[in-house]
Design a protein around this ligand. Structure first.
Ligand SMILES: NC(=O)c1ccc[n+]([C@@H]2O[C@H](COP(=O)([O-])OP(=O)(O)OC[C@H]3O[C@@H](n4cnc5c(N)ncnc54)[C@H](OP(=O)(O)O)[C@@H]3O)[C@@H](O)[C@H]2O)c1
Length: 272
């Protein structure tokens, strides 16, 4: 596993395990398997309805809590409901703290919502805080009023939507770029792109592994999701090779500069 460092000094695994659309009935089993295999970071959300099962897997694991990095996301707007929501997440997951809590998407009261994250951070309930699906303008206005600088922005990022402008903004502000849908959510043809197929053959890796390596080499945290045991193992096995500068340039050129899903609309290229 490789690690990145957040702007408050907290270390975060470069690659974690996503749980979006993972039914709660199979989440504990899948997360436990992922931790056994060596995943150390798990991404859940209030909206996914599986925080309790992620927490069960964490609490039943032999891996010490301080070696795991658990992320959740708010689905509230405003100070009071967000503070309450954070406590409910902790109770539901039966955890004393979360490693990262992010605002899932921009709300009508971003500053109140973020203030709740800041207070929970100061109270030791969260080791890091940040946002998701925030474009640079929205993030800049949040930073202008924040007491605690956000540490992460989790946004749709894959080889066809590389978020180059936002990536530059995040680097300049020392905010970690985290990718959701690194493999195109299984709906995009990223995994069968002919250039990726060629590069994968050269390294004797799968196309998914080449894509995950490309993103992590760009200093982008990834959280691929799978319920297929072979894919879960394969996605973790990406740190024993390094793409050359030529291969990085080839993949960089595959960027189409737009989203696959156009959600949320504020993340469109024209928003920058
Ligand atoms: N902040 C947000 O708004 C937001 C939005 C979306 C997602 N997320 C987070 O980001 C995580 C990842 O995104 P995602 O789940 O949407 O999409 P993803 O990880 O890009 O893709 C998941 C799909 O890829 C397939 N897959 C995984 N590994 C594969 C492999 N090695 N070979 C072939 N197919 C493979 C999976 O099918 P199998 O199960 O068959 O392997 C599944 O259909 C989520 O789970 C969630 O935690 C956050």
């Amino acid at each position: 596993m490789e690690y990145f460092e957040l702007n408050n000094g907290v270390k975060v695994p470069a690659l974690g395990f996503g749980t979006y659309q993972m039914p709660s009935s199979i989440t504990e089993e899948n997360v436990s398997k992922a931790i056994e295999l060596g995943y150390r970071s798990i991404d859940t959300a209030q909206n996914y309805g599986n925080e309790a099962e992620v927490g069960q897997a964490v609490n039943n694991s032999d891996v010490p809590r301080d070696q795991l990095f658990i992320t959740s996301k708010t689905q509230t707007s405003g100070y009071r409901s967000t503070l309450r929501g954070i406590d409910e997440s902790l109770q539901s997951a039966k955890l004393d703290y979360l490693d990262l809590m992010i605002i899932h998407w921009p709300t009508i009261d971003n500053s109140g919502t973020y203030k709740a994250l800041e207070d929970a951070y100061k109270a030791g309930k969260l080791r890091a805080i940040g946002v998701s699906n925030f474009n640079s303008n929205k993030l800049q206005s949040l930073i202008n009023h924040a007491e605690v600088k956000p540490m992460v922005d989790q946004v749709e990022t894959h080889i066809y939507w590389q978020q180059k402008k936002l990536h530059k903004f995040l680097n300049e502000n020392n905010i970690l770029h985290e990718s959701w849908a690194p493999l195109g959510e299984g709906m995009s043809p990223v995994l069968s792109d002919p250039e990726i197929v060629k590069i994968a053959k050269k390294y004797q890796k799968s196309t998914a592994q080449v894509i995950l390596r490309f993103l992590t080499q760009q200093h982008i945290m990834v959280i691929p999701k799978s319920t297929n045991p072979a894919h879960i193992a394969e996605n973790l096995d990406v740190f024993d090779f390094k793409l050359t500068d030529d291969d990085l340039a080839t993949i960089s050129n595959l960027d189409q500069g737009h989203s696959d899903v156009n959600w949320p609309s504020s993340m469109g290229q024209e928003a920058y």
